[in-house]
Design a protein around this ligand. Structure first.
Ligand code: URP
Ligand code: ZN
Ligand code: ZN
Length: 464
């Protein structure tokens, strides 16, 4: 790979911005400054005049080819990471989920097999622990040393993925001891289960009852509980897909006792409200996910927390299921609708358009929560920044280009979009992944199956 010069772009980091140039040498950033063409020669020059230039997006919450609820999420590592590249996301952290009864290394090996010769974007794994016992505990230090430094837990999905508080405490303690970070799907599985039973008894089985069976109290209670468990062991804790005001209130209280809590929300919780479940003809099933889409008031709280720094990352929880053939497994019973939706391709463009363009967050904050902070929290030491010597993952975005989202044109391998018809301002034009142009003029360019690389991550930085 030769040298590429990106000229005259409006370069943004989490803290500053200027009009200037970036020199890429091979797969790394070699120089950042002004008038670099006077000092360096390059094999290719990309004119970025009028464009925004920022680090490749890092989506730390995806589920590619996840076996779940009797089916499998529709994007594999190739289609999912390719959709990501189109939207400027150059790295993901996917969940390698342990099957109860099997070892953690089995699940990690299995995820390596799924991703290894398919991913076109770089990837790392969280190790999701669904069965914590003496045997699995022994695996933790080796997994962390091997560069998988975060562990996922579920407080819901009873009988499948959920672990109890005793397992949670043991895991938090061991992971902290060996320098890792525990991440949590916080929903009280018992509340959810009893609500599901209730609605089934009543014969109220439409998709909207999925939302009613997952109330904010279930999320806030579990979030508060796991923060206490982590506090007890003086361990950091990362809460995934935070969706509601009640959870945020509990989290803010715990910041005051100086606890290290990291909060993720997802694009859909910032942008959609629960009126989506009123759509006729089973359309509400497209939005069945856990936690569910909340009320407008929750959106307001999420945006405010994003602005003021209480929310650290925006991810997608990308977990697509086809409307025909997958979501319709729950046509007569909402509890059988596979939970999840697609989002990786449009995360950056949606938050840019709805957040930056509409004045809800600054462009620096955008770079921080979409690129830099996800990378630094999860030890992706070469990602999320345009610093010298870092991986040349670079997005060139046209800040004024208008376009709309449709399942007819998206690159997700799924037949519908929860953002169908959304009109956006700001479009990803060109993307470099480790120095190689992979998207040019909005189209994939010479992308090779399997070109994505597994990223070994650093241990958790306790000074964060
Ligand atoms: O509905 C969701 N979120 N599906 C994916 C699995 C999870 O809970 O993250
Ligand atoms: Zn979850
Ligand atoms: Zn998830």
């Amino acid at each position: 790979m030769g040298k590429t010069l990106i000229k005259n772009g409006h370069i943004w980091s989490a803290h500053d911005d200027f009009i200037g140039d970036i020199l890429v040498d091979g797969d790394k950033i070699a120089a950042v400054g002004k008038d670099l063409d006077k000092v360096y020669s390059a094999d290719e020059t990309i004119d970025a005049s009028g464009m925004y230039v920022f680090p490749g997006g890092v989506d730390v919450h995806t589920h590619m080819e996840l076996p779940f609820m009797g089916t499998s999420s529709a994007d594999d590592f190739e289609t999912g990471t390719l959709a990501g590249l189109h939207g400027g996301t150059t790295s993901i952290v996917d969940f390698a989920i342990q099957t109860q009864g099997n070892s953690l290394s089995d699940c990690i090996n299995h995820w390596h097999e799924k991703a290894g010769n398919k991913a076109v974007g770089d990837y790392a794994f969280h190790c999701a622990v669904t069965d914590f016992n003496e045997k699995t505990a022994k695996e933790i230090p080796g997994i962390i040393e091997g560069g998988i430094t975060s562990f996922k837990t579920f407080m819901a999905y009873k009988g499948a993925l959920m672990i109890d508080d005793k397992m949670m405490l043991g895991l938090i303690k061991d992971v902290r001891k060996h320098g890792g970070l525990v991440t949590v799907h916080a929903e009280n599985g018992d509340i959810v289960d009893s609500m599901v039973e209730h609605y089934k008894k009543e014969g109220t089985l439409d998709p909207k009852y999925h939302a009613l069976a997952h109330p904010p109290e279930a999320e806030a209670e579990a979030a508060a509980r796991v923060m206490d468990l982590a506090h007890y062991h003086d361990a950091p804790i990362y809460l995934v897909h935070t969706s509601c005001r009640q959870s945020l209130d509990r989290m803010k209280q715990n910041f005051m006792r100086e606890q290290r809590i990291f909060i993720e929300t997802c694009t859909q919780y910032l942008l959609l409200d629960d009126s989506v479940y009123d759509q006729p003809n089973f359309e509400g099933a497209k939005y069945v996910m856990s936690p569910p889409i909340r009320k407008k008031d929750d959106q307001t709280a999420l945006w405010h927390s994003l602005q003021c720094g209480h929310i650290h990352t925006v991810a997608t929880d990308h977990c697509p299921f086809n409307f025909c053939g997958q979501k319709d497994m729950g046509k007569d019973d909402f509890s059988k609708i596979p939970n999840g939706a697609a989002g990786i391709e449009h995360r950056l463009e949606l938050i840019f358009s709805e957040g930056v363009k509409k004045g809800k967050i600054t462009m620096n904050r955008f770079v921080e929560v979409m690129c830099s902070q996800p990378a630094s929290i999860f030890g992706l030491h070469n990602k999320g920044t345009l610093g010298l010597g870092k991986d040349a993952d670079i997005v060139i975005l046209d800040p004024n280009k208008k376009h709309s989202i449709s399942a007819k044109t998206h690159h997700h391998n799924v037949d519908s979009s929860i953002y169908e018809g959304w009109e956006l301002t700001g479009r990803v034009n060109t993307v470099l992944a480790r120095g190689k142009v992979v998207v040019r003029d909005e189209k994939a360019d010479q992308v090779e199956k399997g070109q994505g690389q597994f990223q070994k991550r650093n241990k958790f930085n306790f000074s964060l």
